[in-house]
Design a protein around this ligand. Structure first.
Ligand code: NAD
Ligand code: DAU
Length: 360
């Protein structure tokens, strides 16, 4: 892959209007001006082109509204644009939604991934290209299931043991990616990453939800006792890892990405309360009484922790953001992007972009 990095290349990034996808699109558009970056996104509730306002006029960027489940549309896109790389992030991504409606998770995460694999296999199988091809599937640490308190962190050989409909759908998509590599020789890589935080995350997820509720003086819902542990990574560190693996990872391999940064949920919430209250000039402890323990999430995984040694040793990646600084900056970003928060919480961006790109 490295030999090709100075050549023109056309890369489809799916889910580029979402949280992580928008950071990956931004990074690739700016760092690789000789690449054509096509953002393929259906614009579900989680996709918002406002996340990419700063790159929308760049000459190497293009947006295509489309559903990854539509195989004929994908076939046409590969043919028309002569696609040589895919970075696949499009997914239904929220565990609580998967508990309420598992079917859309199977549809998008499993069948959508399968359609994308098939389109890549057909086009790359029938057309020689100037560059090596690569299908990079972006997945999650949740496929490994839950760790006990004293257990070793997940490594790439940890047995898959998903518990939620979301993680089951992502595990299934990972298996299809491996199957396309092993059966058809598709040049694939998979990354399995821990919990991300940072700008542009939809405020249904813990960190932006807390920031929003602390600002507004609303209850902060904490599932169970808040003892569950997550390994938090800044989204820009994730985008940098994807960049490394896309360009230099080995075909057929998977790589874990994580922050070596485990926190109990209750401790993350307390930190957020401190930072938001400080930023808003409120006396210390103002928002402590917003903490509200509620019924636990069904099948709530106790702990995730990632061993990212393979990525560090083979590709030299390690995170650059510290959690305290990254979280403070994230709080400041949300406080200074009130309009963005209002648009996504009201859903007004959906009707605006539906009128621009149609309702497909
Ligand atoms: P997100 O929900 O913010 O964004 C998902 C994007 O996918 C949206 O833009 C949405 O419009 C698009 N999309 C959904 N269904 C589609 C379809 N059928 N066709 C085309 N586009 C569609 O998600 P995120 O948090 O940015 O996660 C991105 C990827 O990274 C997902 O695959 C997720 O499983 C994975 N991941 C997320 C995290 C995390 O902490 N958020 C951690 C590890 C891995
Ligand atoms: O580990 C990677 C995964 O991280 C990604 O694959 C998922 O796409 C992403 O959504 C995230 O999943 P989580 O379920 O860990 O993230 P969430 O922000 O929903 O929850 C983080 C923790 O906080 C989890 O233990 C549940 C808890 N929580 C969450 C919400 C939304 C609460 O206590 N209260 C809440 O209101």
């Amino acid at each position: 892959m490295t030999s090709c990095s100075q050549n023109t290349r056309t890369i489809v990034i799916t889910g580029g209007a979402g949280f992580i996808g928008s950071h990956v699109v931004r990074r690739f558009v700016h760092r690789y001006p000789h690449y054509r970056i096509i953002n393929l996104d259906k614009l579900t509730y989680a996709g918002n082109l406002e996340n990419l306002k700063d790159v929308e006029k760049e000459p190497n960027y293009q947006f295509v509204r489309g559903d990854i489940c539509e195989l004929d549309m994908l076939r046409n896109l590969f043919e028309k644009e002569k696609v040589d790389g895919v970075i696949h992030l499009a997914a239904e991504s929220h565990v609580d939604r998967s508990i309420r409606d598992p079917f859309v998770f199977a549809q998008t995460n499993v069948l959508g991934t399968l359609s994308l694999l098939q389109a890549a296999r057909e086009y790359w199988g029938n057309n020689e290209g100037p560059c090596e091809r690569r299908f990079h599937h972006v997945s999650t640490d949740e496929v490994y299931g839950a760790l006990g308190m004293g257990d070793e962190a997940f490594c790439e050989t940890t047995r898959y043991n998903p518990h939620s409909p979301y993680s089951a759908s992502k595990a299934s998509s990972d298996h299809f990616v491996r199957a396309y590599h092993d059966t058809y020789g598709l040049p694939t890589v998979i990354t399995n990453c821990s919990n991300n935080y940072g700008p542009y995350q939809f405020p249904e997820k813990l960190i932006p939800l807390c920031i929003h509720n602390i600002c507004e003086g609303l209850p902060i819902p904490i599932y169970g006792k808040g003892e569950n542990i997550r390994d938090w990574l800044h989204v820009e560190d994730h985008a940098a890892a994807i960049d490394e693996v896309f360009h230099r990872g080995k075909d057929g391999e998977s790589y874990n990405i994580g922050g070596i940064n485990e926190w109990k949920n209750i401790d993350v919430v307390r930190l957020l309360i401190r930072y938001v209250d400080e930023c808003l000039g409120r006396p210390v402890g103002t928002s402590d009484n917003l903490i509200t323990f509620i019924k636990d999430r069904a099948g709530h995984d106790l702990r995730y922790a990632i061993d990212a040694e393979k990525l560090r040793l083979e590709l030299g990646w390690s995170p650059v953001h510290t959690f305290e600084t990254g979280l403070r900056e994230t709080v400041q970003w949300y406080l200074s992007h009130d309009e963005w928060v209002q648009h996504v919480t009201s859903g007004s961006y959906e009707s605006y972009y539906a009128s621009m790109y149609g309702n497909s």
